[in-house]
Design a protein around this ligand. Structure first.
Ligand code: CMC
Length: 431
């Protein structure tokens, strides 16, 4: 962050005020309103944070008009094609691509943390079998602070580091266990001879009674899905993690809060909602009916997997995801997949429609991810847990960054109060 020699000035009740303007490495300049209240006795009003930078960050940058997503400066397309998830984790956490030795050490450390405390198995068994895996994950990740007290002191850099490793390493185990529990199959322990993505597939799809070999191409596709979801600057769940953490809450509690926020259908829950919508549409001839509904102001229906607060051109993650969907379906010999057909035709018809063009609504990352995950054998209820496990590294990186920021203050928004003005209590007999 650099101060510029520009200032923003405004006049209020005849009095003029000047505010400094800060310059980021990329993106629009930022008016620094921190002293606004003390100087001018007014607040700003921006409920959905549409014009508000809530923090300073050096991790991820999005240019929504150009469809650009950079992690530590590297374009997501290059990372999805040339890198792999754990390398991207290292990049997000530490700011630079690792050397071969650094990567090996990092991978070994993550791998050594994949098992969860054995007693946590009992904790899983307390949930109903038909619980949504996201509900289970919110509970289990929150409960990690009860199982791993030795990494909850946020003022100890070593404990912060151990908590980061534990969360990144154990999240696939927890997601896979939530799935296995929901289908009544035994939990599968992690296998440290497999890479991160292959191990996750093994924990989800193998059973003790049969041999299961992970298809390396599917493992690569899984890894790419993890990579494409790894971080996305100050989205709702990341901002939730930051807000929770600003009070000094422990890392497991903060990440549980992030998972809870991610679950909503406007955010990470959109991948499940999108596939269910594509199934509901069912055939290409019904697409116009659903497009009309999405355009109808009196109908709450929206095209799930469409639109984004920041991307107003295209979502670069969706481009890679669409390619991956084609590759995975071809590999699995799934030709003429009706859901994919509906998705492709829906995308085409929506993009040709002036309503979507005018509002700059494009397919987002969730539009094609569900098709790949379904083809791999995941039920829709596992789509958002997979998003959550992928995003954990982003949450952790942002959490660590915030804790080392000397400007850290508890997040405490103000409000535009529109309730009753002060009045006197009235005894019940006089109401
Ligand atoms: N279908 C139909 N109309 C839409 C859609 C949609 N998917 N998205 C936005 N609009 C319309 C909306 O009705 C509004 O119209 P008007 O100006 O006439 O009132 C206009 O476009 C702007 O929408 P908004 O809700 O003010 O925009 P937002 O930036 O607050 O919301 C969004 C962004 C992603 C929540 C929204 O586009 C949406 O609900 N999309 C569907 C859910 C979805 O796919 N979410 C995944 C987001 S990407 C992954 C992630 O971040 O988790």
């Amino acid at each position: 962050m650099a101060e510029t020699n520009r200032t923003a000035s405004f006049t209020l009740d005849g009095e003029s005020h000047e505010l400094p303007v800060l310059s980021p490495t990329e993106g629009p300049d930022v008016v620094d309103i921190r002293k606004l209240y003390s100087q001018a006795d007014v607040f700003t009003y921006d409920p959905g944070f549409t014009s508000t930078a809530a923090c300073e960050s050096a991790i991820t940058f999005i240019d929504g008009d150009e469809g650009i997503l950079l992690h530590r400066g590297y374009p997501i397309g290059q990372l999805a094609e040339k890198s792999h998830y754990l390398e991207v984790c290292y990049l997000l956490l530490y700011g630079e691509l690792p050397s071969a030795d650094q990567l090996e050490t990092f991978e070994t450390t993550v791998t050594r943390h994949t098992m969860i405390h054995e007693q946590m198995h009992n904790f899983f068994r307390g949930f109903r079998r038909d619980a949504h895996p996201m509900a289970t994950m919110v509970g289990v990740v929150g409960a990690m602070s009860a199982f791993y007290h030795d990494s909850t002191d946020i003022n100890d850099p070593w404990q912060r580091e151990v908590a980061s490793f534990r969360l990144i390493a154990k999240m696939p185990t927890i997601a896979a266990m939530a799935y296995k529990y929901s289908i009544g199959q035994p939990f599968v322990y992690p296998r440290n001879d497999l890479d991160y993505a292959a191990n996750f597939l093994n924990m989800c799809f193998s059973v003790p009674s049969e041999r299961y070999d992970v298809d390396p191409i599917l493992a690569r596709a899984m890894d790419r899905i993890f990579t494409l979801h790894a971080d996305h600057e100050q989205n709702a769940s990341t901002s939730t993690v930051r807000l929770a953490s600003s009070s000094g809450a422990n890392p497991f509690a903060c990440i549980a809060a992030g998972i809870a926020c991610l679950w909503g259908p406007a955010h990470g829950g959109a991948n499940q909602a999108c596939l269910e919508m594509l199934r509901q549409i069912g055939t290409v001839d019904r697409i116009p009916e659903f497009i009309d509904r999405a355009k109808d102001r009196n109908d709450p229906f929206r095209l799930m997997g469409f639109g984004h607060r920041v991307y107003k051109n295209f979502d670069p993650r969706a481009t890679v995801m669409k390619q991956s969907a084609d590759e995975v379906l071809e590999l699995l010999g799934i030709e003429d997949n009706p859901t994919l057909q509906v998705a492709k035709e829906l995308e085409k018809q929506a993009l040709d429609d002036p309503y979507f063009a005018d509002k700059k609504l494009f397919p987002n990352v969730d539009f094609y991810s569900g098709i790949i995950l379904e083809a791999m054998g995941f039920p829709t209820s596992m789509f958002t847990p997979i998003f959550a496990l992928s995003r954990t590294v982003g949450w952790i990186s942002q959490w660590k960054e915030q804790l080392s920021d000397p400007a850290l203050k508890i997040g405490r928004p103000r409000q535009l109060y529109t309730g009753a003005a002060q009045r006197d209590y009235v005894d019940v007999e006089n109401r």
